[in-house]
Design a binder for this molecule. Structure first.
Ligand SMILES: NC(=O)c1ccc[n+]([C@@H]2O[C@H](COP(=O)([O-])OP(=O)(O)OC[C@H]3O[C@@H](n4cnc5c(N)ncnc54)[C@H](OP(=O)(O)O)[C@@H]3O)[C@@H](O)[C@H]2O)c1
Length: 268
């Protein structure tokens, strides 16, 4: 059976926690050359993985990302796989729409990926395949209205990767994406703002970190455009979509997270 880390080198963004950290451990323990891109230095992480090259770059900083990619290319160290994983989730659309918070999420989840793709597509073609893997979300199928930046950033990310995966088909650039369902990590999920039964159902459909990193690393060995993982969570998002059509007002954000009627006092 082929190993799921049958690559020489990988770059991963956002490895201080969650999926990124588990990916870092998975590849580093298998002897793969890892370049880890974080917005802050974590001494404990860096001493735990002395073989890993840690780059302190905020993925929102286009010029710094550009310099990183061009520097790696110029020194012949451009990895075979890029896992563009860094992401955040925020409440930006509850009592009112919070433009600056929305922008922060879009800058991280969407531009934080596009900032890598720009310079990568400008490099000359070569004989080595480069896999560019975006970590998107099943939020694409039924997004949370209170986290509008998260929902729309993942929708836009998915649309970009659908275009690029077809546009660059058969070339050295392989665009791939993961439609990831719930995984227990530090990412903000608003669990404290929803009824316990909703959180319980979501947890029931969650994937393990271990299973998630194996699935992502296996995807990067193929030229498959899209991975839906874990498949068991897919019907949950389908049910939310259906619920929105069939149950008036279901999960549409008509009430605030605190249960208040939106724009009460309009006399309607
Ligand atoms: N967990 C889920 O249920 C789930 C479901 C679907 C999709 N996803 C996606 O999976 C990816 C990983 O999320 P996770 O669940 O592992 O969350 P997490 O545990 O919160 O990890 C997010 C990582 O992204 C980093 N990051 C955030 N902003 C950054 C920036 N500007 N520059 C560089 N790094 C930055 C964080 O660094 P700091 O420690 O410095 O904040 C952290 O290392 C995200 O794209 C997320 O949208 C997750």
């Amino acid at each position: 059976m082929m190993s799921d880390v049958n690559v020489k080198s990988v770059l991963i963004t956002g490895t201080t926690s969650g999926v990124g950290r588990a990916l870092l451990a998975h590849y580093a323990q298998s002897g793969v050359k890892v370049i880890s891109v974080n917005r802050r230095r974590v001494a404990e992480l860096e001493s735990q993985y002395p073989s890993v090259r840690f780059e302190c770059v905020d993925v929102r900083a286009a010029e710094n990302v550009n310099q990183l990619v061009r520097g790696l290319a110029a020194s012949g160290q451009l990895p075979e796989v890029f896992i563009l994983n860094a992401g955040i989730n925020r409440v930006d659309n509850d009592e009112s729409f919070q433009l600056s918070v929305y922008g922060e999420v879009i800058d991280t989840n969407l531009y934080g990926v596009l900032n890598f793709v720009g310079p990568l597509t400008q490099l000359p073609a070569c004989s080595v395949e480069r896999h560019v893997v975006a970590i998107s979300s099943m939020a694409n199928y039924a997004g949370n209205p209170y986290g509008l930046g998260y929902y729309t950033s993942k929708k836009a990310l998915t649309a970009c990767f659908e275009v690029w995966s077809k546009m660059y088909a058969g070339t050295d650039l392989v665009f791939q994406q993961v439609m990831l369902g719930p995984v227990p990590t530090a990412i903000y999920t608003m669990a404290d703002r929803f009824p316990a039964w909703m959180v319980w159902i979501k947890n029931l459909f969650s994937a393990s970190l271990d299973g998630t990193v194996r699935a992502i690393s296996r995807l990067a060995l193929t030229r498959k455009k899209k991975l839906i993982y874990p498949l068991q969570a897919f019907p949950l998002y389908g049910a939310i979509r259906l619920g929105r059509c069939l149950v008036p007002g279901f999960f549409l954000g008509r009430k605030t997270l605190a249960g208040k009627t939106r724009r009460a006092g309009m006399g309607r």
